[in-house]
Design a binder for this molecule. Structure first.
Ligand SMILES: NC(=O)c1ccc[n+]([C@@H]2O[C@H](COP(=O)([O-])OP(=O)(O)OC[C@H]3O[C@@H](n4cnc5c(N)ncnc54)[C@H](O)[C@@H]3O)[C@@H](O)[C@H]2O)c1
Length: 363
């Protein structure tokens, strides 16, 4: 297969060090031996995946890595409940037992869970090894594989332990989305429409117009949409890698969404489903403040319903329940809850003055 050009470049410069990396987006990338040879330059590999993905895609990735390369495969159990320090230890132990060196490249083959674990393990292996993301869910392709947030959960909360560690490349193979269950695909769509709302009005309407093509997973539409999402995320991350400010706009719907996930018990609602309901709440407040026209909310609701995504929080979630759950969120600063609202369609801002009655009006 011919080596392709990256669809997006993430440009990060700090202390005059250029840490830019390419994002490739195409069907069949997991089998692209030439591309992997280019990226790896003869280096050994520690490939991390889970038992679902290993059945589906491991053999083709191993074939593309070539028989003459040293490759260690670590297969984790599938599930968010396994995103713990135990998984990190399992990955690191395997790499150490196989006598990998700091030049080894870790590869994450899977969704956001595998990506977050692998990136964090790589960040700590011999004080820091390179890693490549091979995201296989829509959410991972448009969100978690880009931007360098890695980590695991702690019994006291989600993603509380981790590191900023950027990959050296991201390979989004759009063919992998063919096997993704509908519910997981829809959860990723919630993050996709978020980018239109916060950063690109034209993209928002492009998504509304192409809802059916997206639903049928048209590969050309998907590739174009994933590329736009990655470009928006890359732009925001390049301006604020460590979420000191502007990067927080990527959390539209997440303050309310995390409260929903927490109250329901993690895993009952998928992250993207909770974000969908949370985005509707944030958009409702933006409409009631006169920042965006109500037609935006109508378009958003119709779009989310096309993908069977929830548009309201679960019944029983009162204002008090929301406030209690949101106080415990790691996005709280100095005890104040930070909300992301739309200041216009395609523009977001961080606010702290959302009132209890504004939240009540969304329920
Ligand atoms: N690092 C970040 O910036 C960031 C951003 C958002 C979310 N996250 C994290 O990402 C995780 C969620 O990621 P996710 O939604 O990808 O979930 P996931 O990794 O759990 O994958 C969802 C399910 O789909 C399966 N799967 C993955 N790809 C498949 C494919 N191509 N075909 C069939 N099945 C497939 C997985 O095995 C799993 O059962 C959470 O832990 C969240 O905290 C991280």
């Amino acid at each position: 297969m011919k080596t392709i050009d990256p669809a997006v470049n993430v440009c990060l410069t700090s202390e005059s060090i250029d840490r830019s990396y390419p994002i490739f987006i195409d069907g069949g990338l997991l089998s692209d031996r030439e591309l992997l040879d280019d990226l790896l330059q003869g280096r050994s590999v520690c490939l991390v995946t889970n038992d679902t993905l290993s059945e589906l895609y491991l053999s083709q990735v191993l074939a593309a890595l070539g028989a003459d390369r040293k490759v260690t495969v670590v297969t984790l159990p599938d599930g968010e409940q396994f995103k713990t320090m135990m998984a990190i230890e399992q990955v690191l132990t395997a790499a150490l037992e196989e006598k990998h060196e700091r030049s080894t490249v870790f590869i994450a083959l899977g969704g956001g869970v595998v990506g977050d674990i692998t990136g964090f393990a790589a960040s700590t292996f011999l004080r820091g090894a390179d890693f490549i993301q091979m995201p296989t869910t829509l959410l991972a392709q448009v969100d978690s594989s880009v931007g360098g947030k890695t980590g695991v959960n702690h019994p006291m909360g989600k993603n509380l332990i981790g590191a900023f560690h950027q990959p050296i490349a991201v390979l989004c193979d759009t063919q992998t989305l063919e096997t993704l269950p509908d519910r997981e695909f829809s959860a990723g769509i919630a993050e996709v429409i978020k980018y239109g709302l916060i950063a690109d009005k034209v993209f928002f309407y492009d998504l509304i117009d192409n809802a059916e093509a997206l639903k049928s997973r048209d590969p050309d539409v998907l590739a174009r949409v994933i590329a736009r999402c990655c470009a928006i995320k890359a732009d925001v991350v390049s301006r604020d890698e460590r979420e000191g400010g502007i990067r927080a706009i990527l959390n539209l719907g997440h303050t309310f969404g995390h409260a929903i996930e927490k109250e329901q018990g993690f895993g009952k609602w998928l992250h993207g489903e909770a974000v969908a309901a949370g985005m509707v709440m944030a958009t409702r407040i933006s409409v009631s403040r006169g920042y965006v026209p109500s037609a935006v909310l109508d378009d958003l609701l119709l779009f989310l319903k096309t993908f069977d995504l929830p548009c309201t929080p679960p019944s029983g979630m009162t204002v008090d329940v929301f406030l209690r759950a949101m106080q415990g969120d790691k996005k709280v600063q100095s005890g104040r809850i930070r909300y992301i609202l739309l200041s216009a369609l395609g523009e977001a801002s961080i606010v702290e003055d959302v009132s209890e009655s504004e939240i009540a009006a969304c329920l």
